[in-house]
Design a protein around this ligand. Structure first.
Ligand code: GLY
Ligand code: MN
Ligand code: MN
Length: 383
């Protein structure tokens, strides 16, 4: 496994600039992917407290050695102090926030659960000076969203190098291995397990999500789990798999039909393939996420399959398999965003007819100045 040298200092500087905009004295990062992005610590627990002068990583005993190892690799200006949580992580975080005199403290609303928010709030209030003794107000937790995620959306050159390599490896697995696993008489579960082994053999750390092998009418379930169903001649088979490489996720779907082919399947396949091509052709800096989604949706609508395409056209890829930007119509929580060079996301339109079957075709793209580079290189038909 390659451990890339990521530009942690510039990532921290970018988040600090957002803290200044939001007038926050400190920011408590609890989402593990965000902690990893900012300092390279990959534990599944721990809190990173960032202020305008420094950053402190609070971990429990399980992670103290790896946290100190990460701290030893960081250089000026952002050295990392490591604090061991003797009692609980939250108590140590509160102690630290008090010691730096933070008043407006940002937290990650999308990942800090309500019980923990309440505990931190109560502990900060209990520790605050009483009004009779001081003019200082009680510290407040400010629910913040997408502070780190905003920076993560546009990949830097080291991330692009890892994602390119990961997509090339995934493409090779798809081209050279997966087609051979799919035969009448085999169970979905066994094919999924063969795909997972092939991912490992190719150099991936682990699958990026539970591999989907959905045959026959199961292929009409967009997020089916593999079952003991045995593949039969004429089945559509939807294969959706991805891997994690040097921490980064790639994701690919192909749908095949075991012979003999049917007109019903061809109609779905050709419509989804056309939607996929239209969406890829729409990708370039400056367009909105919703414009790319619309490009795919319009093709399926025109072919009477609008109702059969009920999910978004794609999602960002990075340290998480589903991250921003979401390539969808957008909503109040996630309004459409302008596309920028350096974003990496999937294009994965699908059409699903309950009781009959479904087709999805998914590739990973990198936005470049004049369009996009398709990172996954796999024929649409792999059997
Ligand atoms: N299997 C998850 C996805 O393609 O988004
Ligand atoms: Mn996907
Ligand atoms: Mn997928």
């Amino acid at each position: 496994m390659i451990l890339s040298a990521f530009p942690y200092q510039s990532r921290l500087a970018s988040v600090r600039a957002t803290l200044a905009e939001l007038k926050l004295d400190a920011f408590v990062v609890t989402h593990p992917a965000n902690v990893r992005y900012l300092i390279g610590f990959s534990g599944t627990a721990g809190a990173l407290v960032l202020d305008h002068r420094g950053c402190t990583l609070v971990v429990d005993f399980r992670y103290i050695t790896s946290a100190r190892g990460v701290a030893a690799t960081q250089h000026e200006p952002d050295t990392i102090a490591v604090r061991l949580a003797e009692q609980s992580e939250d108590e140590t975080v509160v102690e630290h926030l008090r010691s730096i005199g933070a008043q407006r403290i940002g937290i990650e609303a999308a990942s800090l659960v309500v019980s923990r928010f309440n505990r931190l709030s109560a502990a900060l209030a209990a520790a605050a000076p009483t009004p009779l003794n001081s003019d200082s107000p009680c510290p407040v937790l400010v629910a913040s969203e997408r502070v780190v995620e905003r920076t993560r959306m546009v990949k830097d050159s080291s991330e692009i190098a890892v994602l390119r390599r990961a997509a090339a490896l995934l493409s090779r697995v798809a081209r050279e291995k997966v087609g051979g696993f799919v035969r009448p008489g085999r169970r979905e579960l066994d094919i999924a397990s063969d795909i997972d082994s092939a991912l490992k053999d190719a150099g991936f750390e682990r699958p990026a999500f539970e591999t989907i092998v959905a045959s026959g009418a199961n292929s009409a379930l967009p997020h089916a789990r593999p079952t003991a169903r045995v593949l039969q001649a004429g089945d559509p088979v939807l294969l959706d798999f991805g891997g994690v490489y040097d921490g980064y996720c790639v994701d690919l779907t192909r749908t095949v039909q075991l012979g003999p082919s049917s007109a019903g399947f061809r109609r779905l396949f050709e419509a989804v393939a056309a939607a996929h091509e239209a969406a890829i052709a729409a990708v370039r800096p400056g367009v909105l996420t919703a414009d790319i989604d619309y490009a795919a949706r319009r093709v399926l609508d025109e072919r009477g399959l609008g109702e059969a395409f009920g999910h978004g056209t794609g999602h960002g890829l990075g340290l998480e398999v589903h991250e921003d930007p979401r390539i969808s119509k957008g909503n109040a929580v996630r309004p459409p965003l302008p596309i920028e060079a350096g974003m990496v996301f999937t294009i994965e339109p699908g059409a699903y007819l309950p009781g009959f079957g479904g087709v999805r075709i998914e590739d990973d793209v990198l936005v470049v100045d004049d369009g996009c580079e398709v990172l996954t290189r796999v024929p649409k038909e792999i059997v």
